[in-house]
Design a protein around this ligand. Structure first.
Ligand code: M6R
Length: 661
């Protein structure tokens, strides 16, 4: 039986009787709670070394959670149908160490899991995979099975003893029992998975194998991501395509409430939970496999910061059609529907929300349509006023953020039109939206979003310009003028990146601080919020972003001798003397002892007398300036975290993709 600290285990055929729930086990551990809601899942069946493929996939998915990791493989030539598993609390490296000491035998089928815990301790015993009592079924799970307590009670009444505190384990027991009750025929494991899936409530991606089916892997999904990779005589499952892009770029989307069977002889079969065969949508992954590797950088985040000029350029590429119109990737909205829009909500979380705040300034300016920006987690609970003429723009790098997905569904229930701005092709949010504009940032692995943010800004600008054009409120040549400014952004971002050595030096001098403030005005205000968010999540320093004008209404009281205050200064060409007001704000904080770190455009000498540290950025049109002013803040946070000896790519308590509400 799997025990904490006893990671690699062999399980042989058990004593479960056909037609009955499996017999009991001895290591009873009863408690409530559920685990694993935004974890990474990998499955493989094919001629390669399954363990190597699964571990490689887990390495790429570790950004989704790193509380524990585990694998299970079906030994290729074992007559008794042995499943072997290993699992370990902590990062994947812990599991790899165990596997190096106790190698597993060769296998052609395997599954793996990397976990982000919500309830239940991140221990060895709660790590996935979970095994049925007879050891014949191994299951990995992402999500929460809301009715697990009732199902667990049912299993326990039938004599099953549970080995973990997880909700997932109930699936292993139910699947083993249901499999025994399912007639022996092709697709038996998938049939059992459908029957079990119909009984589950909540959100789940499940991947499972049965010892009696050496060539078959099954998966099931509801409200949680799972994609299929199709290679030459080999098949993959992953929480996202980065799990298998090193092997194949051919992918299949799985829809809501679907079960997939991957069989080395029969290929891929997808059905709904009842068993009706459905045709999955095939697509080609355009991400480069090398893009998911660190490429010589110490951290993925550094690589992703450096990739920003290319990511911005790629997001602009091919977006303008011959008439100057924006080319959306998938549009299920007519021009008339866009003309009818009388109100826009931008809904997102975290960094994507900050991008939405900037979008408001640009979209309102160009279209004159009122824009409200909402945190996705608040949106549906406050009963927003929506109807057919409301456009809801949802922004999500991963396309799987549960708060954003739920806001999207709420908007659709209210008959609003939904446009997604998303980076992950085939993910749930774009699939459920009426129109999609993909940001072409490539895979973003570091938990802190960088190129995701910059490309979201570019996509928001494109949406604003497109709406302005369709509605006839902006002339085509005006749109082109802004597009020409957009085209200069990759070079501007590259120019900022070339001058980051002083910022790195500055960061090292700030590594001992315990609080920092960020001030901005107009579009600089959301940039201040983004700078503070980056510093909090990476360096664990208490940081706040403020609208500079709000300072005198309270926040200025926290400024003390030496408090570092980062000020994002708008261009002197900004309308309404905002520039002069921000320069005054710098003087105010400096007069109270603050150490002022000023981000200002080239040629703005008004700031010189008041800047203790000055970071120059290229001159950029006001509304587009966040694309350049954010970059030094990313570098600052990254370097402070690295100087403090922290894990830049995987900060504590966080996960890349937050697939729980
Ligand atoms: O994948 P999404 O864009 O929907 O993610 C939203 C947030 O969870 C995300 O931006 C988060 O705030 C980042 N860790 C910030 O760097």
């Amino acid at each position: 039986m799997p025990q904490p600290g006893n990671a690699a285990q062999r399980v042989t055929k058990g004593d479960g009787e056909p037609g009955s729930l499996p017999a009991s086990r001895t290591d009873r551990s009863i408690s409530t709670g559920s685990v694993g809601p935004m974890c990474g899942i990998v499955g493989y069946v094919g001629p390669q070394d399954a363990l190597a493929v699964v571990l490689e996939g887990l390495r790429r998915l570790e950004y989704r959670g790193y509380d524990s990791a585990g694998v299970a493989v079906r030994v290729a030539d074992a007559a008794d149908g042995a499943l072997i598993w290993a699992k370990k609390a902590g990062k994947l490296a812990n599991l790899e160490k165990v596997l190096a000491e106790q190698p597993l035998p060769a296998a052609t089928l395997g599954l793996g899991h990397t976990r982000w815990a919500t309830h239940g301790a991140p221990t060895d015993r709660n790590a996935h995979p979970h095994l049925s009592a007879d050891g014949r079924v191994a299951v990995v799970h992402n999500g929460i099975i809301e009715n697990f307590a009732a199902l667990r009670a049912e299993c326990e009444a039938a004599g099953v003893e549970f080995a973990s505190e997880t909700d997932t384990e109930v699936v292993a027991h139910l699947l083993a029992a249901t499999y025994e009750q399912t007639p022996r025929r092709e697709g038996r494991l998938a049939e059992a998975m459908r029957a079990v899936s119909r009984r589950l409530e909540g959100a789940f991606t499940l991947v499972a194998t049965h010892a009696a089916e050496p060539d078959t892997l099954v998966g099931s999904r509801r409200n949680s991501p799972l994609v299929v990779g199709v290679g030459e005589g080999e098949y993959f499952l992953g929480s996202d395509v980065s799990a298998f892009i090193a092997h194949t770029r051919n992918a299949l989307e799985l829809g809501q409430d679907q079960v997939v069977e991957l069989d080395r002889t029969r290929g891929v079969t997808v059905t709904d939970f009842v068993g009706t065969v459905v045709q999955p949508k095939a697509y080609t992954v355009d991400w480069d496999a090398a893009a998911a590797e660190k490429g010589g950088y110490d951290w993925f985040m550094l690589k992703e910061i450096a990739e920003q000029p290319r990511a911005v350029a790629d997001t602009l590429l091919g977006r303008l059609g011959p008439r100057g119109e924006l080319v959306l990737d998938e549009v299920r909205l007519s021009d008339q529907e866009l003309r009818d829009v009388d109100k826009i909500f931008v809904v997102a979380c975290g960094t994507a929300y900050n991008a939405g705040l900037i979008a408001k300034y640009a979209i309102e300016h160009w279209t004159r349509i009122p824009v409200e920006v909402e945190l996705a987690s608040e949106f549906r609970y406050r009963d927003p006023v929506l109807d057919r003429s409301t456009l809801v723009v949802v922004i999500s790098q991963s396309g799987e953020t549960m708060d954003t997905l739920m806001a999207l569904r709420h908007a659709k229930d209210q008959k609003a039109r939904v446009l997604a701005i998303c980076n992950a092709n085939g993910s749930t949010i774009p699939r459920e939206s009426d129109a999609v504009l993909y940001t072409h940032a490539g895979p973003e692995v570091a938990v802190a979003s960088t190129k995701g943010f910059l490309t979201q800004l570019v996509a928001c600008y494109l949406v604003g310009l497109f709406l302005a054009q369709v509605r006839g409120v902006t002339f085509e040549d005006e749109v082109y003028a802004v597009v020409a400014d957009l085209r200069r952004l990759p070079d501007a971002v590259a120019a900022v990146l070339e001058r980051m050595d002083p910022v790195r030096e500055l960061a090292r001098s700030l590594a001992g601080e315990d609080k920092m403030l960020f001030l901005g005005r107009h579009v600089g205000y959301p940039v201040a919020l983004e700078g503070a968010l980056k510093l909090k999540e990476l360096a664990y320093i208490h940081a706040e972003g403020f609208a500079a004008g709000e300072l005198k209404h309270g926040p200025i009281a926290v400024i003390d001798h030496g408090t570092p205050v980062v000020v994002i200064v708008p261009s002197p060409r900004t309308r309404g003397s905002v520039h002069g007001k921000v320069v005054s704000n710098i003087q105010e904080v400096r007069a109270r002892g603050a150490r002022t770190i000023v981000i200002a455009e080239e040629g703005d000498d008004d700031v010189l007398p008041y800047a203790d540290d000055l970071i120059r950025v290229p001159r950029t049109p006001t509304l587009l300036a966040p694309v350049v002013t954010t970059v030094p803040l990313q570098v600052l946070a990254c370097e402070i975290a690295a100087t403090r000896g922290l894990d830049v790519d995987q900060p504590r308590n966080l996960a890349k993709s937050v697939t729980v509400e």
